[in-house]
Design a protein around this ligand. Structure first.
Ligand code: NAD
Length: 384
């Protein structure tokens, strides 16, 4: 199949290109090569340079919002994997224009071209995000019901970070989120990902294109940007340890995420374009297991053999959620996809990939930016 991968020079994109080539697909990559992701030394990443040098892929540097360019690239494509996006929940609060442009307008442009131009595209896979669920799903042990929990300002003022049932105030226990769970984006990034999948589902449906929106959880693995201080907690912690500095942890570090290895995600992308599913679908792509940030840090300390302790800053970033992990049965049923790499194993090649990797530690700059725009709360409830 002839596949266009937008954002194909990025983290998920590069592993998706690997697996597509391994399965005999013809790949074109469109990527704008954002300096925040690829660093200020804007060289083509080695894995991509290798493919370009051997004529294995067609690489085009450009923006997904560029209609004419997309039109030209889509003329001969049969499938699109749309990954290009700006990433970072916290940064999106002070860069809403950039996030709307790349994520919302970028996807709208893609759908516009698919709608109006003659193309061969019959399958579209769109990168969505678990962030669109907002504060996850909670179990109220008193009322014995699943609820859509909230975090109260008064709790945050006292360093009580756990969400509550808004109805009776009981602190809830996190539960896996199913696809039919109400969507409540709590950041500009999440809002743009919500738009991304919804515009793809609505317009794709009209064009008789099979559209599969994959709601990924937190992805980690080799080739994740080590320069972008806004994405990938695991990559950020790794680069801090590698630079001999303590990782900075918001709240108390007991917030949890569903960490999935990038090779599992690439396989989900492959299964999606190769599936015979038509119509519009959304699917969770995760492991179904929650791991706290402190557990991740302990794993990294053990495997990297460092005894640097994290700095727990007891402050919250505006828009962050407390717990998020996904129910993954739908993808298992419809795609035959199940994540295979447990985090204690997947973390090893992530650490290994640090050797010789380009690291630009901008965590302190990001912290200053968030403070400048009043996007961090202290435990006295003030925005600092
Ligand atoms: N990494 C995660 O944990 C995670 C979690 C959930 C969802 N996602 C989604 O998966 C997708 C891929 O994420 P990633 O981790 O590979 O990110 P990444 O930042 O490594 O890659 C994104 C790529 O898109 C390119 N890009 C950005 N804006 C562009 C534009 N306007 N036009 C063309 N190219 C552009 C960047 O240069 C980069 O190479 C994104 O859509 C993201 O929202 C990622």
């Amino acid at each position: 199949m002839k596949v266009l991968v937008t954002g194909g020079a990025g983290f998920v994109g590069s592993h998706t290109v690997d697996i597509l080539l391994q399965h005999g697909h013809e790949v074109t990559v469109l990527d704008s090569f954002e300096p925040q992701v690829h660093g200020t030394v804007s060289a083509v990443p080695p894995h991509l340079a290798h493919y370009i040098a051997h004529g294995d892929i067609q690489f085009v540097q450009g923006n997904v919002e560029n209609r004419e360019l997309l039109k030209r690239l889509l003329e001969h494509c049969e499938a699109v994997i749309h990954l290009a996006a700006a990433l970072g929940t916290a940064q999106s609060a002070h860069e809403p224009h950039m996030y709307c442009l790349a994520n919302a307008l970028g996807t709208a442009t893609l759908m516009d071209v698919l709608l109006k131009e003659k193309t061969q595209v019959r399958k579209l896979v769109v990168a969505s995000s678990a962030s669109i669920y907002g504060e996850g799903c909670g179990w109220n042990p008193v009322r014995k019901v699943k609820v859509s929990p909230v975090r109260w300002a008064v709790d945050m003022q006292q360093g009580q970070w756990e969400p509550r049932d808004p109805e009776d105030g009981t602190i809830v226990e996190p539960r896996p989120i199913t696809e039919d769970y109400p969507l409540k984006p709590t950041s500009v990034y999440a809002l743009t990902k919500y738009f991304t999948e919804q515009v793809a589902l609505l317009s794709g449906h009209k064009q008789e294109i099979g559209v599969i929106c994959l709601r990924y959880t937190n992805i980690y693995g080799p080739r994740q940007s080590l320069s972008n201080p806004y994405t990938g907690p695991l990559a950020i912690f790794c680069s801090r340890f590698k630079s001999g500095k303590p990782p900075l942890v918001f709240e108390d570090g007991k917030q949890s995420r569903d960490f999935i290895h990038v090779k599992d995600v690439a396989r989900a992308n492959l299964l999606s374009i190769e599936s015979s599913l038509m119509g519009a679908h959304v699917m969770n792509i995760g492991t179904g297991k929650a791991t706290s940030l402190l557990e991740i840090i302990a794993l990294l300390q053990e495997k990297m053999q460092v005894d640097i302790q994290p700095t727990i800053i007891q402050k919250a970033r505006i828009g962050d959620i407390r717990h998020s992990f996904l129910d993954t049965k739908r993808a298992e049923t419809l795609l035959g996809f199940k994540a295979q790499i447990p985090v204690h194993e997947g973390i090893l090649d992530t650490i290994h990939a640090l050797d010789g990797a380009y690291i630009e530690d901008k965590v302190d700059v990001a912290l200053q930016e968030l403070a400048q725009y009043h996007l961090i709360t202290d435990t006295a409830g003030e925005r600092v």
